[in-house]
Write a protein that binds this ligand. Structure first.
Ligand SMILES: [Mn+2]
Length: 422
């Protein structure tokens, strides 16, 4: 039994507000699907953040549909959970994954927590925020008990764990049940492979460079996914690297040698198939950064998709870092662009107001804005938001869809929580 494990594909992400970057993410996803089919796996697991957000654009939905139908055509089922990006915690909300159930996508959710793929028990849960980790932990205990009845089992989660993400995590490594054979994780965008429980714990990493902070790991591990063979006593994990469509070039330049520095970069990137993203640091800047930026843009603008320079100024003997992105895109514009098409002016307004208050460190004002927003839009003043209730409502919607359209092509045993109780 061989399966592919991928995560954090973030379809629909328009990095730097550039359509080219959105297409890069689609291109990588297409390559991953082709490679999966070539490898003749038995099934696929996606560990969350399939889409960049919970309301993907038609383009993002279509790109996923294309991949899913290709897999279906090759007889390869796909299992998926919702991540923090593609799930919502509002009342009555469902993740976009649900749209694809009729096309065979097997959504692992709080109600459909587990499936059987031949003799392999596949269980998982969508992303739970740190504030809900108590609920998450109790659900993990239940899944662990169920897994005990099977020889081979896989746990699918979209969470950070303290061992791999020191600063921010929802689970400690001790919270993870140790009786599964494979831990198919998502959320951390770097590639992580570890021994855990009865087998392996893997974060395959994101498919593309979602944040420039990922470059360090990218240069070591590349981007891609893994293929896992569960026939051995311990899972055999093979890392498959998938070339990303364009490179990110990081360089430091010295203001006093700017021309030769620029010339060097030109030489490096002039024959690239696709224009790279340039991340430049210019040290010892003595003049107006605008002049330096214009000079870089004049020389390299045609060869690069995006130039992101940082300037280290010489000012009164001290060095002062200034970040300057493309002048046409400021944070406020990015927020507006990001929210475009959501059709929710109340959220737009809140986001912009929060940007203004938070960037000025006005924490109390920000809190008031949020409280006011929730009071107006979701709850009466004295009613607490109950995540659990919302989840149940979400499950009911999912179940309704299932009942209306029994999946006749699928022979998988679907044990739901409610079914198991009965
Ligand atoms: Mn992600």
């Amino acid at each position: 039994m061989k399966f592919a494990h991928l995560a954090d594909t973030h379809l629909g992400y328009r990095q730097f507000g550039l359509i080219e970057r959105e297409k890069d993410f689609y291109e990588v996803f297409g390559k991953v699907i082709d490679k999966i089919i070539e490898e003749k796996v038995d099934f696929v697991i996606h560990s969350g953040d399939l889409f960049e957000n919970e309301k993907p654009s038609p383009m993002a939905l279509l790109e996923f549909q294309k991949g899913l139908l290709k897999l279906k055509g090759a007889g390869i089922p796909m299992y998926a959970i919702a991540g923090n990006h593609d799930s919502v915690m509002h009342k009555g909300s469902i993740p976009p994954h649900v749209i694809f159930k009729k096309m065979g996508l097997k959504v692992i959710s709080p109600i459909n927590t587990n499936y059987m793929q031949d003799d392999i028990f596949i269980a998982g849960l969508p992303y739970y925020p740190a504030s809900q980790s108590r609920v998450l932990k109790s659900k993990l205990v239940e899944l662990s008990k169920k897994a005990a009845n099977h020889d081979k089992s896989i746990l699918v989660l979209h969470q950070s764990i303290d061992s791999y993400s020191k600063n921010q995590y929802e689970l400690e490594i001790g919270d993870i049940p140790d009786n599964f054979n494979y831990y198919a994780l998502g959320h951390i965008h770097d590639y992580i492979m570890d021994d855990f429980g009865k087998g392996k714990l893997i974060y395959p990493g994101s498919g593309e460079i979602w944040k420039t902070e990922e470059l360090k790991d990218y240069h070591i591990n590349g981007k891609g996914f893994v293929i896992v063979d569960l026939d051995e006593s311990k899972p055999n994990v093979k890392r498959i690297k998938i070339d990303i469509p364009r490179e990110f070039i990081e360089r430091s330049l010295d203001y006093n040698n700017l021309e030769s520095g620029i010339e060097g970069i030109k030489e490096t990137i002039k024959d690239f198939d696709k224009k790279p993203i340039l991340i430049l640091r210019i040290d010892n800047v003595e003049s107006d950064t605008g002049i330096v930026y214009d000079m870089i843009k004049d020389e390299l603008g045609e060869l690069a998709l995006m130039i992101r320079p940082t300037f280290a100024m010489i000012k009164d003997g001290t060095i002062d870092d200034i970040f300057m992105s493309n002048a046409s895109i400021g944070p406020e514009e990015l927020i507006i662009e990001k929210l475009e098409g959501y059709g929710n002016s109340a959220v737009d307004k809140l986001a912009i107001e929060l940007y203004h208050t938070l960037s000025k460190g006005r924490i109390d004002d920000s809190r008031d804005l949020i409280d006011q927003y929730f009071k107006e839009n979701y709850n009466s003043a004295d009613e607490e938001i109950d995540f659990k209730t919302e989840k149940i409502e979400m499950d009911e919607v999912e179940e309704e869809i299932e009942e209306e359209t029994p999946d006749e092509e699928s022979n998988d045993v679907q044990v739901t929580f409610k079914g198991a109780l009965k």
